[in-house]
Design a protein around this ligand. Sequence first.
Ligand code: CA
Length: 381
Amino acid sequence: MPCDRALGQPADGFVTFLGALWPEAAAQGISRATFDAAFAGLTPDPRVLAAMQRAPEYGKPFGAYVESIVSPSRIGVGMRKMAQWVDTLRAAEKRYGVPDAMVVSIWGVESSFGDSTDRWDIFRCIATLAQAKIQAPYFHDELISALKILRSGRIARQQLLGSYAGAMGQTQFMPSSYLKYAVDFDGDGRADIWTSVPDVLGSIANYLQNYGWQPDLPWGFEVLAPRAFDYRVSRGSFRDWAARGFERLDGGRLPDNGDAILFFPSGAPGPTFLVTQNFVVLKTYNNSDAYALAVAHLADRLRGGSPFRTAWPLNDFQPSRAARIALQKKLAAMGYKVTDFDGHLDFDLRDDIRKLQQSYGMIPDGHPGRAFFQRLGLSAS
Ligand code: CA
């Protein structure tokens, strides 16, 4: 079966799609030669759409996800990489203010320190997603950005490889992120996030700095809550939290400076964290609390830190993506401010969930559990 029929498009759908794209690309300064170099002989790839549908779910238990990412082998390899690239990491920290372990952690999670190789042609997979209007206009815009990378002439056409969803190289940057944040950190004149480790490390640090990473601010800590406290209070300075009786579980002191949010990823019975704005910055790399916590924890472990002390709940309930979206719609209908309807729960929304939990007589921990969904008349799966 021809690919384009498998997509449910007319046989000439892709030609029509490219025909409509060309004037727009030309208006953005893309030459016909660049456009043809990108798309000559290309057909849509139905495997890309199938892979998108299998994309990782949100509903996985938090602890199992964190432990799969922060594995002994990833910690071991990461420590060796930190030693191997110590000078580059020091230079990146000096320039961008992001600690070595955090940069290496993201490198390790995104591409297993460059071991996972990209297999998908960027133009083919992004054009397939753009033509199918997945998350429109997101992939359409990324396609224009990919053309701009090719136009620069610094990266060869055949080097433009990525994941099926268009994330490229050892940093897993989308084309628009490459244009904004990739840096030439080894000084050879091109930002090569596919094969140059210095460029990879510098680009990750530059990305985080641009999203507001604050030097000398920790991402947060696993904490022990006092016996009694007001669950409704979710914000404060570290000094406030110390005064309220919260303690770090690794034995260190809470810092004198900085603000933190009280976060229960699996509800009140599970591990408890105080997280800072730098934790929120980690979520710009991948908008998931589980991702941010895994990356942050791996960074601690690369510095010799200990595993989390509190056990994850055996029935670690996490609502599915569909359930989160339904919850967002419900909260918006109830008059709460909801900033996206993609299923991401930010800390403001968790505060609103606390208010509702309080009014329902539940522990206001900001974690929407099964009973909370039931009370709202929503399915949690
Ligand atoms: Ca370079």
